[in-house]
Write a protein that binds this ligand. Sequence first.
Ligand SMILES: Nc1ncnc2c1ncn2[C@@H]1O[C@H](COP(=O)(O)OP(=O)(O)OP(=O)(O)O)[C@@H](O)[C@H]1O
Ligand SMILES: [Mg+2]
Length: 170
Amino acid sequence: MAWIDDWVAARPGHFSFDLNVRRRLGGPEAWRTTVAGALRKASLVFASRHELATLWGTDDTKDLISRGILTPDHTVVVTDGANGAWVERDGSKLASSPAWPVTRVVDAVGAGDGLAAGVLAARLRDWPWEEALRLGSLVGALAVSHPGDWEGYPLWDEAQAALGDSWVDR
Ligand SMILES: Nc1ncnc2c1ncn2[C@@H]1O[C@H](COP(=O)(O)OP(=O)(O)OP(=O)(O)O)[C@@H](O)[C@H]1O
Ligand SMILES: [Mg+2]
């Protein structure tokens, strides 16, 4: 947390945080306590529906805001595996993306990190949310189509070729 505090103080508004709950590392109470400090500092939060339900019993961000777990200022990217991903702020949906079609799931590990990588790469280039989720979905889908965590992630020109018309040229 000290490291996060220093980092955020130098770059206000630029801290994103992915819950990445791993039950082997602790139970829900330990996770709630551990992530609370990071959530307070984060502007952008990545979470799967399953993680939200595991920690707080709901994936309804309005409810999480009313309970003080999230704030209206948080931008929250919610992922739901093959059902796609969406982004919410202050309880309202800003954009959503279906999952990219996958012929065969080879190894589910790395999907969430891939989605986050694609979304962050797009947002750092000022892409709108809809297109950022689309790129994230592509990277997440390629992650599950290949063995390993990151080995399936596309290079920038491969992502551009796959996205075609949804590529944002800037
Ligand atoms: N079977 C699938 N087919 C296509 N896309 C998928 C599939 N599974 C995951 N994805 C893509 O990856 C994104 C993240 O997946 P998921 O919701 O499973 O994340 P996660 O639980 O955080 O995963 P991780 O265990 O890697 O942290 C999804 O929103 C989707 O875009
Ligand atoms: Mg994850």
